[in-house]
Design a binder for this molecule. Structure first.
Ligand code: TIU
Length: 228
């Protein structure tokens, strides 16, 4: 039985089938959410980001219970930094550069404590985990192949930061033919006005990048589908 979900979204209603849809959780890592990681090394106040964790947890729990596919991404580099262009490492004047030793291990390096997804959203066995060297989840990763193997057509996005890795990943997905929806209360930026602007630009022009909706709309639709 396919389970069809239909709910109010902007710029217009969104429809998907659980079996053909993936929940994509972008970079909910200690490096962005906790002090001492990459986000703070760039001069950001990281405190804002933790507020979305309960809403993300609620969606993740419901999506798992429905048997939906879950994809987690991590922005991360190989320990030898061969996949980190010098342009990325040297841009700006960070307190600590990618690969430098910080309080949570080497900044943005695979396997280091700071590079792990926060415990509250820890990937479960068999969920897909994508390590990505870029801001987008498709660049130099096997994500497209993993989604095609499962005939996934639509993506629900959560994670951080809204205008950087989330928006880049949504744009990459949009160009690959996926319908994308961003859960408004499950994403955050270090700059609240950038989050607002991103939500507006995603759904402008008839959904030029995709849809946005509060997570409550998705959860209500999932509750209805279960009772149907
Ligand atoms: N700096 C910033 O806002 N974001 C990133 O560098 N990566 C992600 O968004 N994950």
């Amino acid at each position: 039985m396919t389970r069809k979900l239909q709910f109010d979204a902007q710029p217009f209603g969104f429809e998907c089938e659980v079996e053909r849809t993936a929940l994509v959780i972008i970079d909910m890592q200690r490096d962005f959410i906790e002090p001492g990681g990459f986000g703070e090394s760039l001069g950001n106040d990281v405190a804002l980001l933790a507020a979305i964790v309960p809403a993300c947890q609620a969606v993740l729990t419901a999506w798992r219970q429905a048997g939906g596919l879950v994809v987690h991404t991590r922005e991360s580099h190989r320990p030898d930094l061969a996949d980190c262009p010098p342009a990325k490492r040297n841009r700006g004047n960070p307190l600590l550069r990618i690969g430098d030793l910080g309080p949570m291990g080497r900044i943005l390096v695979q396997g280091e404590p700071g590079n792990q997804i926060i415990d509250a959203l820890k990937p479960a066995a068999l969920e897909i985990v994508i390590d990505k060297p870029g801001k987008g989840a498709f660049y130099a990763t096997p994500l497209q192949a993993r989604l095609q193997e499962r005939a996934i057509r639509k993506l629900l996005f959560m994670g951080v930061t809204t205008e950087v890795c989330v928006q880049t990943s949504m744009r990459e997905a949009n160009d690959r033919g996926y319908d994308c929806l961003l859960l408004e209360d499950c994403t955050e930026s270090y700059f609240p006005r950038f989050k607002t602007a991103t939500l507006e630009m995603v759904r402008a022009q008839g959904g030029i990048v995709g849809w946005t909706a509060p997570s409550a709309h998705l959860l209500a639709a999932m509750g209805k589908a279960q009772n149907a």
